[in-house]
Design a protein around this ligand. Structure first.
Ligand SMILES: Cc1cc2nc3c(=O)[nH]c(=O)nc-3n(C[C@H](O)[C@H](O)[C@H](O)COP(=O)(O)O)c2cc1C
Length: 208
């Protein structure tokens, strides 16, 4: 399966068979997540692999009863890691080492970035990075014949309690993984013409 195939075949799966998933397949999904890019390569993520049925029930309770968590044999709790982010991101060192910025421009960029914090705060950046890892995971799951679903409708405070998360780790998303017990059709998307534009449109936007 090539990348575009995996992208177009993936569906949000909300009904799962109880069949166990071989550990190697889960490891492969985690590997795909681990290889995601991140700003200054800070890798501000942790992947909590939950198999225990009681814990999955607690996840289900924390997510307003969404039954997929009781069914899917594995749930990945995608965690943002503020410590990892702080350790690597603050100086922009990696961008300078990679030649993306001179030291002087790098220092200016990081100072400007800090000033923009109100619109672009740490948690936004951490979540952006985590989402790339999570999407790698669900695309790899698709290639391996596994169903998955992005879930962000859950009580973060509850998940933090259930897993005794230290302060620097916070839940970003829940991703059940397992064999699908449904075959939903592709859900609609806006046509390309409604979402992709060339730069001439920017002028029209300015005028409106
Ligand atoms: C960030 C995000 C959060 C989502 N949260 C939930 C959720 O809490 N529960 C759920 O059943 N589906 C959730 N979904 C799945 C979407 O409803 C689904 O992706 C969308 O309807 C398109 O369908 P498709 O994924 O099958 O293409 C979420 C998807 C994303 C990307």
């Amino acid at each position: 399966m090539d990348t575009f195939d995996a992208i177009s075949r993936r569906r949000s799966i909300r009904k799962f068979k109880s069949d166990p998933v071989p550990r190697e397949l889960i490891t492969r999904c985690l590997e795909a997540a681990r290889l995601a890019p991140s700003g200054t390569n800070c890798q501000p993520w942790k992947f909590l692999v939950v198999r225990d049925a009681d814990k999955r029930r607690e996840i289900m309770d924390a997510s307003f009863g969404q039954p997929m968590f009781g069914q899917a044999p594995v749930v990945i709790v995608l965690l943002g890691d503020a410590k990892a982010y702080r350790k690597r991101f603050r100086t922009g060192q990696e961008l300078m080492e990679a030649g993306a910025l001179t030291r002087e421009d790098g220092d200016r960029a990081m100072a400007a970035y800090k000033e923009m914090k109100s619109v672009n705060d740490d948690s936004t950046a951490i979540i952006m990075n985590c989402v790339l890892a999570g999407e790698n995971m669900v695309l790899e799951a698709t290639e391996l014949g596994l169903g998955s679903c992005w879930v962000m409708l859950f009580r973060k405070d509850r998940i933090s309690e259930v897993f005794h998360l230290p302060k620097h780790l916070f839940p970003v998303a829940l991703i059940p993984l397992g064999y699908a017990d449904q075959d939903p059709p592709a859900r609609p998307r806006y046509p390309l013409g409604e979402v992709a534009f060339d730069e001439s449109v920017a002028k029209a936007w300015e005028e409106n």
